[in-house]
Design a binder for this molecule. Structure first.
Ligand code: T4K
Length: 397
């Protein structure tokens, strides 16, 4: 018979009947979306610079405080288009502690990634380590603003100016975050945001490129072919990376709800901060370098010896309870088959990245998580720690 008080990994019933995911999944009220969809059907115009996309791009420009916001079908395409349209060649310095898409975008455009380590505390690209990697073949830095925090943006801007390097930001996690009271979006040559379903601002799939550079914006618009583009430039590649009217409709409605959703994430973060504070060996990562965060991810560090089990053992125990904790970004981009040759050729150690890849765990946040659920997850982590030796014994058997 099932012992209902036992942890699921030890034979009990899962704490949650349905999976609780890490993602955001903030979606507009159905009735509001239905009205927007009716308008699209009435106009019989579904794609290609339609009225909703135009409105969404204008509102995004205002939201990010930039002259241009160019919507694309996802952030990966956005990054590919950006490096291509900036005419970047040779080597690009990029963190390995990022989602693989940041680096895949470089590989697709025949650029060579030069992996740089991150700061062990903030998890963001470390400008001092960047400067050690600059050589004649490096033409750009692709910095990643992680977790709802930010890199040391001003330091990176100064460094890139000194060495005449292009600076671009993968800000997939940073929608609505602020640095010194200024929205992330207008730094470097351009920034790229993700509007995937698991992001703070979602269009199901999607993303956008933000810039204050008129010429770059017009190149990007020509690259993503759409009606209304002033003229197609003949010296660039063209790719279909358009966002549809249905996606723009969701984006507009979610943008109107953004602050409410951001506040919900912040409340959940505070709940985790208090619930996890007494647990030895678990450290909640505070979003670094921002004056305002969107709390896109709840990141904890698991210190094996102090907690009593490994990060992976804790993840397995949580998954058994239907808490789908993730271990972004294990094993590290430099350890994936696709990119290992670049790393081996480079031969630069990445100690902080290696350590973080083995100790970071992401806990659920977003629309599917209430204060009550977050509190229950903290209690669950305490119970798992109390049963650490039984769980380790089970896994090692
Ligand atoms: N740069 C950085 C730093 C990034 O983190 C990312 C993407 C990119 C660039 C590229 O952005 P995009 O090209 O994707 O716009 C996810 C996402 O696919 C990806 O967008 C994200 N970052 C990355 C960190 O995570 P998965 O495979 O872990 O997530 P996924 O799709 O399995 O969703 C997580 C869970 O949420 C699922 O197990 C189930 C649930 N879920 C998900 C979706 C999409 C739902 O319940 N409903 C849904 O519709 O990759």
């Amino acid at each position: 018979m099932t012992d209902i008080s036992a942890l699921a990994i030890l034979g009990g019933r899962p704490s949650f009947e349905q999976p609780i995911n890490v993602g955001q999944l903030y979606f507009p009220q159905w009735q509001r979306y239905e009205v927007a969809m009716r308008g699209i059907f009435d106009r019989n115009y579904y794609n290609n610079n339609g009225p909703l996309l135009t409105q969404f791009e204008q509102q995004l420009g205002h939201f990010f405080g930039v002259k241009h916001a160019i919507c694309v079908s996802n952030a990966t395409f956005g990054l590919m288009m950006l490096v291509e349209s900036l005419g970047i060649s040779g080597k690009v310095i990029v963190p390995s502690f990022t989602f693989i898409a940041s680096v895949q975008a470089l590989a697709w455009t025949q650029l060579t990634p030069v992996f740089c380590d991150v700061d062990a505390t903030t998890h963001q690209l470390d400008p001092k380590k960047v400067s050690q990697l600059v050589d004649d073949e490096v033409s750009a830095v692709l910095a990643v603003n992680l977790w709802g925090g930010a890199c040391q943006i001003m330091e990176l801007e100064a460094l890139c100016e000194e060495h005449d390097l292009k600076l671009l930001f993968d800000s997939a996690h940073a929608t609505g975050c602020e640095v010194g009271g200024k929205k992330i979006g207008g730094f470097g040559s351009a920034e790229v945001f993700s509007f995937h379903a698991t992001k703070m601002l979602s269009t199901t799939e999607g993303g956008c490129i933000t810039t204050n550079n008129d010429d770059l914006a017009s190149r990007l618009r020509s690259m993503r072919p759409s009606y209304g583009t002033p003229q197609t430039l003949d010296d660039i590649k063209v790719i279909n990376a358009r966002m549809s009217e249905a996606q723009a409709a969701i984006g507009l409605l979610n943008l109107a709800d953004f602050e409410k959703n951001r506040q919900h994430n912040e409340d959940i973060y505070r709940c985790y901060a208090s619930g996890l504070s007494g647990i030895t060996g678990i450290r909640l990562v505070k979003p670094a370098g921002v004056s305002r965060s969107n709390y896109q991810y709840i990141v904890v560090l698991v210190e094996d010896e102090r907690f009593g089990m490994t990060r992976d053992q804790l993840q397995n125990a949580l998954i058994a309870e239907n808490v789908n904790a993730r271990r972004y970004f294990y094993p590290g981009v430099h350890r994936t088959i696709e990119f290992e040759p670049f790393f081996s050729a480079q031969n630069t150690p990445l100690p902080s990245t290696e350590k973080l890849c083995h100790s970071c765990l992401q806990l659920p946040v977003g629309a599917g998580v209430t204060i009550q659920i977050a509190g229950k997850i903290c209690d669950l982590i305490k119970r798992i720690q109390q049963q650490a030796s039984a769980i380790s014994g089970l896994i090692n058997r």
